[in-house]
Design a protein around this ligand. Structure first.
Ligand code: AN7
Length: 358
């Protein structure tokens, strides 16, 4: 049977959005059938905010490697393959490295990933290992790692797949297309976490392209959120030593700085910081009340919405982007929950029933 004859399966975002993407018949499509993630109504959060405001969650943690990075990586790796590259490199707080490794290996390339030693969540590190990346952990943070990989990719035959690679943002813009298709129009507000600010830039590109093509008739206000200990875009100031529990967005000098400010201005949007405590509250709320397990960085979008909710007019609809899956960071989950957990019970019906309150 031919491997390409699977007609019932979602083909992946390059195949689905080909006319919108810089690919040709010659581009080898490297895909794990990413995209087409659900837009989930958040009933509990909507009720909590009230005033007939509808909140939806774009759960991009359901992509093949568990984060939105797959949208950009299918493009970046396909283009690298087209250009004959044999190796790729990235700096990463974890998700980019997992995604780069998976797609590079699928394309038969080497994947080098530079990570801040000790600051990458366990699930992401596990992925890089399993996908066969060559992992280089540095005594330094993401910003320092990015500087090194930029220089290495200029000097040696390795292709850079961080979000300075324009193909990444092209792939990521498709999330905005999907939201418009699901809602029948763009939302009034988009709440999104920001690290390097590639994703907010990509979404804005996607919303604008669909507006121009008359697939929607409005643009959302773009609401970007950062962790308080790591909020260079909110404070308009580089941070030497960013700190936050949301290690994915522990970034002090975002590469898409100018783009992010442009998006804020053009969309009449807002940037705001949320504390680690607010992030964890939103993280727990999503789990306990919506049945959705995202990673801490992703919960920043919901924490941000809850913080600025009074600024949202009644009857609006709001999409919060959940960029990564909760399973990425099991340590955070084990440390931050209100679970009822009785351990060491004897294996007897009476004991169990009693603990259950019967
Ligand atoms: C879950 O993996 O930068 O603003 O190296 O993993 O586009 O940078 C991750 C970023 C949000 C921020 N949510 O997105 C990396 C990396 C999650 C993330 C962001 C990241 P950008």
């Amino acid at each position: 049977m031919s491997l390409s004859k699977n007609k019932t399966c979602w083909p992946g975002l390059i195949q689905a959005y080909k006319p919108w993407l810089p690919v040709t018949e010659k581009t080898p499509i490297i895909t794990l059938h990413e995209g087409a993630t659900p837009l989930i109504p958040a009933r509990s959060i909507s009720n909590q905010i009230g005033r007939n405001i509808s909140v939806y969650l774009k759960y991009d943690g359901l992509n093949p490697t568990g984060s939105f990075k797959d949208r950009g990586m299918t493009m970046a790796i396909s283009k690298a393959k087209e250009q004959g590259c044999e190796a790729v490199i990235c700096a990463s707080t974890g998700n980019t490295s997992a995604s780069a490794a998976a797609y590079a290996k699928r394309a038969g390339m080497r994947a080098f990933v530079l990570i801040p030693d000790g600051y990458v969540a366990q699930g992401k590190l596990a992925q890089a290992f399993v996908y066969g990346a060559e992992v280089l952990a540095i005594k330094g943070n993401f910003d320092e790692a990015l500087k090194i990989v930029q220089e290495i990719s200029n000097k040696y035959p390795v292709n850079l797949v961080n979000s300075v690679n324009p193909f990444r943002l092209q792939g990521q813009k498709t999330a905005a297309f999907e939201i418009i298709e699901n809602l029948g129009n763009a939302p009034d507000f988009l709440c999104i976490p920001m690290g390097n600010a590639g994703n907010i830039t990509a979404y804005w590109m996607g919303f604008n392209e669909y507006l121009k093509a008359k697939k929607s008739n409005k643009l959302p206000k773009m609401m970007g959120f950062q962790a308080s200990g790591s909020a260079p875009l909110v404070n308009n100031k580089k941070i030497e030593n960013p700190e936050t529990i949301a290690t994915a967005i522990r970034i002090g000098n975002p590469v898409n700085w100018d783009n992010a400010l442009k998006v804020k201005k053009e969309s009449n949007g807002l940037f705001k910081d949320v504390s680690d405590k607010e992030i964890i509250e939103a993280y727990k709320l999503l789990g306990k009340e919506e049945g959705i397990f995202c990673e801490p960085a992703s919960a920043a979008s919901v924490a941000g919405l809850l913080k600025i909710k009074e600024e949202i007019p009644e009857n609006s609809n709001v999409v919060c982007v959940l960029t990564g899956n909760g399973l990425k960071d099991p340590d955070c989950a084990i440390k931050n929950n209100e679970a009822i957990f009785h351990q060491g019970l004897s294996a007897e019906l009476e004991t169990i029933a009693k603990k259950m309150g019967f």
